[in-house]
Design a protein around this ligand. Structure first.
Ligand SMILES: NC(=O)c1ccc[n+]([C@@H]2O[C@H](COP(=O)([O-])OP(=O)(O)OC[C@H]3O[C@@H](n4cnc5c(N)ncnc54)[C@H](O)[C@@H]3O)[C@@H](O)[C@H]2O)c1
Length: 277
């Protein structure tokens, strides 16, 4: 298992482990929360398949550095598909205007928007007795409002046939002590995905969500750093290991691709079976 020495700053080696979907080359994606973790891996994996990406994060310095590093890595070496370009940009997903700026940047740099991945999220710990108005407010603003404002911007500017994917969680289905605000927010994302799918179908836009379990990123560092929590996770997850961001990328790619063109309002669990325990 990975030791999580860093926050999964994004890898470009997703080519071998997932399908290629050649129809995606030349398309354009916006990915939020892309400075590190799953968002960075998503940006790299899409660019490997010829998709140009606006990579957004509240951490401007990190997302710009990640985008530059990934673009340089992709330019290095022979590839079957000409890689897309990745541009990094600051955006706070709680601000509707920042989503509009992301859309305008994508249109200015790349001329179109086909995919929008609402990936940014926060994972606070607070027991019900202690949770503060600020904690519940920020969790709902980032994890729930952030998805809605992203979908609104996507719907305003996306090409017909476009696809939105929202990051929900196994926490939408299973509750955990101290994660009440997070679980509530991710259940809202799962439900909102269905509402958005019903409404945006009129525009030919599909909306789906992914519900990861324990994935090896900075967000699950607390599991790796607490031997009891790690032992518990390895015991209860039916596949007895944490997942990698690359293992979430494959289902993301499928949901964005033409292979999923009659799938909307659906959630794919990528959790090693942990929603059942
Ligand atoms: N890692 C897991 O095990 C796991 C499990 C289930 C769901 N998820 C969800 O997957 C998504 C990605 O998680 P990750 O594990 O890669 O986390 P991560 O913490 O590594 O990355 C999250 C990114 O979101 C950014 N972000 C936070 N607030 C923001 C804001 N207001 N505006 C813009 N960007 C903001 C952070 O700066 C960070 O770069 C999240 O929505 C998370 O809730 C993760």
């Amino acid at each position: 298992m990975s030791t999580m020495e860093n926050a999964n700053p994004g890898r470009t080696d997703t080519a071998g482990m997932t399908a290629q979907y050649p129809e995606m080359a030349g398309k354009v994606a916006v990915v939020t929360g892309a400075a590190q973790g799953m968002g960075a891996v998503f940006a790299a994996g899409l660019a490997t398949r010829g998709v140009s990406v606006v990579a957004a994060d509240i951490n401007e310095e990190q997302v710009v550095a990640t985008a530059e590093r990934l673009t340089a890595e992709l330019a290095d070496g022979d590839r079957a598909v000409r890689p897309g370009r990745i541009v990094g940009m600051r955006a706070d997903v709680t601000a509707p205007g920042d989503h509009e700026e992301l859309a305008q940047r994508a249109l200015r740099e790349f001329g179109r928007i086909d995919f929008w991945v609402n990936n940014a999220g926060i994972f606070p710990f607070a027991l019900v007795d202690d949770i503060s108005p600020e904690q519940i407010g920020s969790t709902l603003r980032v994890n729930v409002e952030g998805v809605l404002y992203g979908a609104q911007a996507a719907a305003r500017h996306m090409e017909p046939g476009g696809a939105i994917v929202n990051m929900s969680s196994v926490s939408a289905l299973r509750v955990r002590k101290g994660r009440g605000a997070y679980c509530t927010s991710k259940a809202a994302v799962a439900h909102m995905t269905e509402s958005l799918a019903v409404e945006l179908g009129d525009k030919g836009i599909r909306v789906n969500s992914i519900a990861p379990g324990y994935i090896d990123t900075a967000m699950t560092r607390w599991v790796q750093e607490d031997p009891a929590a790690l032992a518990h996770a390895l015991e209860v997850v039916p596949l007895h290991r944490l997942g990698s961001p690359e293992e979430v990328f494959g289902p993301l790619l499928f949901l964005l691709s033409d292979s999923a063109r009659y799938i909307t309002g659906h959630s794919i669990a990528v959790d090693g079976g942990s929603r059942h325990v």
